[in-house]
Design a protein around this ligand. Structure first.
Ligand code: SF4
Length: 479
């Protein structure tokens, strides 16, 4: 059972110069499990050969002491996957490892390449044979076919041909390479663990292994880490920054620093601003756990209305459970959440959550809170209405399934059966992320896309398009 949220994307991790590189990568992936739960993999190099273990499932299911012990060497990269491009199957699990004219090479990717299908078509016509249905494999083919004479030049050649969102962690037999796209859509942080270098999607992975956050890999930067140290190159032309604001709203763990800012601080601020914009007389603030907790703390701080955990989450729900044959109403939600009657009974409740996608789960939660005796239920969402799908590495429903894209505010309130409904404004969201708000992507709230995408994709996403003469959509509005 999944809650009605945008799905996570992927996690990447890499380490250079550590005697237990594979074990550190395992722990890093463990801390980053929230970003992808379909498959997990680690590739490690002992400077002679790259070895790989990958399988479907969670990190703790995929790895054991035997398969980790086989991943010897001081360099390793790892990946947790949630499929945003390509199906969920082992052939799509990363890292991908190849052997080509430039030697052995491994890659992990977080993001989505918007021109992957065109590149793939052209590569197939030239004779390439693809083994997966992911966009990431395109980069391997571009790298393997590159006529450049050095490994680094071949990497630059390959990544310069792809467009969209990419945080790559790559490995050859003797070096680690980290690449962040020039728009900076997805996060990628650099840290140190004694003499070893670490790169990863979120800093919570560094915390677990005792590494220190140094800085972000900057948008448009390629870091090459070898026995000669760390080198930075910037081969991409300058581009408008578009860091994913939804990382702060929902995706990243609150104990991470993302895009140089504490996620917890930003998320709590979202709640404070929401309380100023959408305050309502009430007796208690109740977060939808766990996603709404930080914003609810901020809402409570600002409104001076007490925060209570009126909904308790069962953290031990497995991926599968046996559903009874007799129909239990709203069984799926009840398995995960249970209301606390003593907190809710007779109260005017503000229910705080971080996002509303289809609205189906929120509707069940409102019903559950009412059934526990709440006198009034006011729903507050700590981001603006989500009206457009994402192209940049996040799994989103089609536009027609996004409740805010197809219903008015009043209609949504009726659908949820809430006494009132309030969203954070776009200005409020941007002021919470700080003064550099123009450096963020907010396409899912605005329908304005910073990187153009092919016509077929636009049709799939049901966007109203303004096509340029190449048949590509320039920045478009979905409204
Ligand atoms: S469209 Fe939304 S989810 Fe996708 S990158 Fe932009 S802000 Fe993030």
């Amino acid at each position: 059972m999944s809650f009605d949220k945008f799905r996570y994307e992927c996690a990447v991790f890499g380490i250079f110069g550590h005697p237990e590189a594979a074990n550190m990568t395992y722990l890093g992936l463990y801390a980053l499990q929230h970003r992808g739960q379909e498959s997990s993999g680690i590739a490690a190099s002992d400077n002679e050969a790259i070895r790989l273990t990958r399988a479907m499932g969670h990190v703790a299911d995929v790895f054991n002491s035997d398969n980790l012990a086989a991943l010897t060497g001081p360099i390793a990269i790892g990946h947790n996957r949630y499929s945003t491009a390509g199906e969920s199957r082992i052939a799509n699990a990363q890292p991908f490892v190849i052997d080509c004219a430039h030697g052995q090479f491994a890659i992990c990717h977080n993001g989505n390449l918007v021109n992957a299908s065109e590149l793939k078509e052209s590569l197939v016509q030239q004779g390439s044979i693809f083994q997966s249905s992911t966009d990431t494999e395109v980069v391997l083919h571009l790298y393997a076919r590159s006529k450049k004479s050095t490994v680094e030049d071949a990497i630059v050649d390959a990544v310069s041909q792809v467009q969209g969102a990419f945080s790559f962690v790559m490995m050859t037999r003797d070096r680690l390479v980290a690449v962040r796209d020039p728009h900076g859509f997805r996060p990628l942080a650099l840290g140190k663990l004694d003499d070893a270098y670490v790169v990863c999607s979120e800093t919570c992975a560094m915390d677990l292994i005792g590494a220190t956050y140094v800085r972000d890999v900057e948008p448009g930067e390629i870091l090459i880490i070898s026995s000669e140290g760390l080198r930075s190159i910037r081969p991409f032309p300058p581009a408008h920054l578009s860091q994913c604001v939804f990382e702060h709203v929902y995706f990243s763990r609150p104990d991470s620093v993302v895009f140089g800012k504490s996620v917890n601080e930003v998320r709590t601020n979202l709640g404070r601003i929401l309380a100023r914009e959408q305050g309502v007389p009430a007796d208690v603030i109740v977060p939808v756990p766990d996603s709404g907790v930080c914003a609810a703390v901020g809402f409570s701080d600002e409104s001076k209305i007490p925060l209570r955990m009126g909904l308790i989450r069962n953290h031990y729900v497995g991926r599968t459970f046996i559903q009874p044959q007799s129909a239990i109403r709203h069984f799926g939600v009840k398995v995960k959440l249970n209301p606390v009657k003593s907190i809710l009974d007779g109260k005017r409740v503000v229910l705080v959550d971080d996002s509303l996608v289809r609205g189906t789960t929120s509707r069940k939660i409102v019903k559950m809170v009412r059934a526990a005796g709440a006198k009034e239920v006011h729903v507050r969402i700590s981001c603006p209405p989500t009206i457009s799908p994402c192209f940049y590495g996040v799994d989103t429903p089609r536009r027609s399934e996004l409740i805010a894209a197809v219903k008015t505010l009043d209609d949504i309130k009726e659908f949820l059966d809430a006494d009132s409904l309030g969203y954070l404004s776009l200005e409020g969201l941007m002021s919470a992320v700080g003064s550099d708000s123009s450096s963020y992507c907010s396409s899912c709230y605005t329908g304005q896309y910073p990187v153009s995408f092919p016509r077929d994709e636009a049709t799939y996403l049901q966007l109203a398009l303004k096509l340029d003469n190449k048949g590509e959509a320039a920045a478009t509005t979905a409204k």
